[in-house]
Design a protein around this ligand. Structure first.
Ligand code: ATP
Ligand code: MG
Ligand code: MG
Length: 551
């Protein structure tokens, strides 16, 4: 609905369309490696690639970059598909796997060997590294660099046939060991890996490297704009070299800055560590910055898409404040979430002058932001629960909630006055309030015009349902967990607070996974899609009502 902001990528595409560089087509791709679950950084790339394709009436390919067997699993493929679809994008018939190109990639490699542009190198991995040189020093040529074409063809065929062990040799591009760009110093194109592949099984003993696979996959698929993150800027020269040497269709690689978010990490390697070392309960732990974690936490796809549009794309790396993501989901849920009452830390209240067996149905507006959402009835009776911290024995100044002798409004019900309180003899903790109500104030207003400052939420004790409620805080205590030591040292020990025995209004007994609520005065919540059952409800707090982190 909103007009997309201009950015440098749209500018490049507009120019290409004007000059008919790619026959006025726009074909992008999202190319995840299936070695982990997608995170919010990937969402930026998904929104960009699918978004541009939609905007220019082109297509966006979903391509699994699955050339790294062992680390890749079908579970990841399935989760990635689910997450992209959940975000609202559709690749239609354009689902591809780089592994489907293994035969053609092999032929391309043979072609390079025949052109004298690739050779089999027997140097060990360590020696290859040593020979590579540094930024200030040129590299050294391998003694195997000038093998005759015939010998290279034979050796490469033997590599493929499985005659050598992992690491015995590699196929390298023959470019320039003195190139200023280290990526161009005879990069590896193929390595031996006798590992089962999730799609090609044991067919291959050699696997192509990323830099060889990616450009050719883009070329085979007729991609026009191959958008990747800034780390690949140096690899563009190799991307172009491979396609030029093979004289095949040549897409344009464009780099943009990856998303970094405060108080979290966006690297699959680190997220895997959090999962396998048990710092979180899984990839979809609601504290994780993964798409599945955010979904379980209660985030909507609309909010994530809006966030990605809002942060834009740039050429320079930067850090985005997590508070922006929270602001956007809050705005979204404010419009769409039904208001309900839930008491997280219950304190019993007895209304002494309210008839013992009486129950009244109080009418509640479901969402003041959206009259179309209607209203519902909530039962009121003599014994209620309110939030424990809505009562103070000695209320501080400016505290407008309950205290001895004070009067407050119970939301959509009555004015009540606290006339007494009971303490636990052992702990000294207040365990029960005794109040009176004013029957004239039904609905929440006094006919005599008297005002009260505080309005509390409540639930009727006899009608309340029990639930567990999980409150979340940042996973890390440092704004940038990657700075100033190992990121795991700043894991937040209080990132999860589990409250049991919470009391909810009875309408919540029918809540379903995927419905989001505003618990009045407490924040936005949703049912936990994994741990909740009709017998024992579990709710997650998506976000608080106000930004409590802002300093
Ligand atoms: P990680 O660094 O987390 O392991 P990756 O880049 O290795 O991620 P891929 O599966 O290769 O993960 O990523 C698929 C696409 O998503 C790539 O085009 C990559 O550039 C993009 N992407 C990954 N992380 C981010 C990020 N933080 N911000 C923007 N785009 C990202
Ligand atoms: Mg990658
Ligand atoms: Mg990476």
């Amino acid at each position: 609905d909103s007009v997309p902001a201009p950015n440098f990528i749209r500018y490049i595409i507009d120019e290409d369309l004007k000059t008919s560089k790619f026959d006025k087509r726009v074909v992008t791709r999202f190319p995840p490696e299936p070695n982990g679950y997608l995170h919010i950084g990937h969402a930026k790339s998904i929104c960009l690639n699918f978004g541009l394709a939609a905007e220019y009436k082109g297509t966006c390919h979903m391509r699994f970059d699955d050339t790294n067997p062992g680390k890749e699993e079908t579970e990841y493929v399935d989760s990635i598909k689910e997450d992209v679809q959940w975000l609202g994008f559709d690749w239609k018939e354009h689902l591809y796997y780089a592994s489907d190109y293994f035969d053609r990639l092999y032929e391309f490699a043979v072609e390079l060997i025949k052109q004298g542009k690739a050779y089999v190198d027997d140097l060990s991995a360590d020696d290859i590294r040593l020979y590579r040189g540094t930024l200030t020093e040129p590299g050294k040529e391998s003694p195997f660099r000038n093998r005759p074409v015939e010998e290279n063809l034979e050796l490469f065929e033997k590599m493929r046939a499985g005659e050598y062990e992992d690491g015995a040799c590699v196929l390298r591009a023959k470019i320039n060991m003195a190139a200023p760009n280290i990526v161009m110093r005879d990069p590896a194109l193929y390595r031996i890996r006798k590992v089962h592949h999730h799609r090609t099984g044991n067919k291959w003993n050699i696997y192509p490297m990323y830099d060889f696979t990616h450009c050719l996959s883009d070329s085979i698929e007729g991609i026009t704009h191959s958008i990747c993150t800034l780390e690949f800027e140096n690899n563009r020269e190799l991307y172009d070299w491979v396609l030029d040497e093979l004289k095949v269709y040549h897409p344009r690689q464009i780099e943009f800055a990856r998303l970094n978010l405060t108080y979290t990490v966006l690297s699959k390697r680190k997220l895997i560590e959090l999962v396998t070392q048990g710092h979180v309960t899984g990839w979809d732990d609601p504290r994780m910055p993964t798409i599945s974690g955010l979904r379980r936490r209660g985030y909507t796809p609309e909010a994530i898409r809006k966030f990605c549009e809002r942060i834009g794309v740039a050429k320079r790396d930067s850090m985005v404040d997590m508070a922006l993501l929270e602001y956007i989901i809050r705005e979204d849920l404010n419009k769409s979430a039904a208001r309900v009452m839930a008491v997280l830390r219950p304190l019993k209240v007895v209304i002494e002058n309210y008839p013992k067996d009486q129950v009244e149905e109080m009418e509640f507006v479901n969402n003041p932001e959206d009259p179309g959402m209607g209203s519902r009835n909530v039962p009121f009776s003599r014994v209620l629960y309110i939030e424990r911290d809505d009562f103070f024995e000695n209320p501080p100044k400016k505290f407008f909630r309950l205290g001895p002798g004070r009067e407050v409004r119970l939301r959509y019900a009555y004015f009540v006055t606290c006339v007494d309180f009971i303490k636990d003899e052992q702990t000294g903790e207040v365990i029960e309030l005794r109040c009176t109500y004013d029957p004239e104030t039904k609905g929440g207003n006094a006919p005599d015009g008297r005002k009260v400052k505080g309005t509390l939420h409540w639930v009727s004790a006899a009608h309340a349902i029990d639930a567990e409620v999980r409150l979340y805080d940042h996973l890390f205590t440092r704004e940038n967990p990657n700075e100033g030591g190992d990121y795991k040292e700043c894991l937040n020990p209080n990132s999860l607070e589990t409250l049991t025995g919470c009391k909810l209004e009875p309408s919540l007994a029918n809540s379903k996974s995927g419905i989001r609520y505003q618990f009045e005065r407490l924040g936005y919540f949703c049912l936990d899609s994994k741990d909740s059952s009709s017998k024992s409800l579990v709710f997650n707090r998506t976000v608080t009502l106000r930004d409590t982190w802002a300093k």
